[in-house]
Design a protein around this ligand. Structure first.
Ligand SMILES: C[S@@+](CC[C@H](N)C(=O)[O-])C[C@H]1O[C@@H](n2cnc3c(N)ncnc32)[C@H](O)[C@@H]1O
Length: 261
């Protein structure tokens, strides 16, 4: 996948990855106050030490923190999402980096706060999480915090069973209408599967073409705050409490587990 000199995604697949990510993640705001409060409390004055946003996507949290004076390193495994983030964060103190959260390797080792929003740590299996915890720890200054958002009480539904799904997200871009519709959340002892139908339609008067609907299934590992604290101890981090993220009409609430270096 290529990235153009301006940082914009170069291939249609990269552009579509950014659009779906934006549609499905960028509208979520329920946690932003919490991340800002943590940053303001642990990095005072803002900008005096860096913040690391792990799995930053297109910069929903990084940009919010940078707009409030913080100096942020935004790390994501996706070159397309990081290219979009670079465009969006222009003029702000955000350093966008492509990298794997399971083996973080950065120049700075003085982060005062590392954040892992939106259940990103639950995308990783136990081995991946161990890598994230160990390698994040190696980049934190003494007393720094690593804060990971978890979804611990997902609400299953299946529209095929007649359950009411949450409202779809939609956006019109360059004559094309993109619609993402959650159709199923399945929960078992080990995993949470979130299934969405993604539809691309030529908007009226636009030049785009309809595409067949696609199904996207995101798989999260079940992870309790207690298990994460145990895994963190093994990586040299100490439990430092939890915070709650309230639920909204579209999103279940969550727990933020705080871990101290
Ligand atoms: C649910 S999104 C959250 C995006 C952003 N943090 C937010 O809150 O809007 C998860 C992000 O984690 C990234 N990701 C998944 N696995 C990763 C890995 N191993 N290393 C770095 N980023 C990863 C994905 O590319 C995606 O951008």
């Amino acid at each position: 996948m290529g990235v153009s000199a301006t940082g914009a995604p170069r291939t249609p697949a990269a552009a579509r990855e950014v659009i779906w990510h934006e549609l499905e993640c960028a509208g979520y705001t329920a946690d932003l106050g919490l991340w800002r409060a943590l940053a303001d409390e642990h990095v005072a004055p803002p900008g005096s030490a860096p913040v690391l946003d792990i799995g930053a996507g297109t910069g929903r949290v990084s940009i919010h923190l940078a707009q409030h004076g913080h100096d942020v390193t935004a790390l994501d495994i996706s070159p397309a999402l990081i290219a979009a983030l670079r465009e969006r964060a222009r003029g702000l103190r955000v350093e966008p980096l492509v990298g794997d959260a399971r083996s973080i390797s950065l120049a700075r080792t003085d982060y005062a706060l590392c954040v892992v929003p939106m259940q990103t740590i639950q995308l990783l299996d136990a081995r991946g999480r161990a890598g994230l915890l160990r390698s994040a720890r190696a980049h934190m200054r003494a007393g720094a915090l690593l804060c990971c958002a978890l979804v611990t009480a997902p609400e299953p539904f299946d529209e095929r069973r007649g359950d009411d799904p949450p409202a779809p997200e939609s956006a019109r871009l360059d004559g094309v209408m993109y619609v993402s519709r959650p159709v199923r959340v399945a929960v078992n002892a080990r995993r949470i599967e979130i299934e969405r139908e993604r539809v691309t339609l030529a908007a009226r008067g636009g030049s785009g073409h309809d595409h067949a609907p696609e199904r996207d299934v995101a798989v999260l590992h079940r992870l309790s705050a207690r298990s994460l604290r145990d895994e963190a101890r093994a990586a040299g981090l100490r439990p430092a409490g939890t915070l709650a993220i309230g639920s909204t009409e579209e999103h279940v609430g969550g727990t933020v587990v705080m871990l101290r270096a």
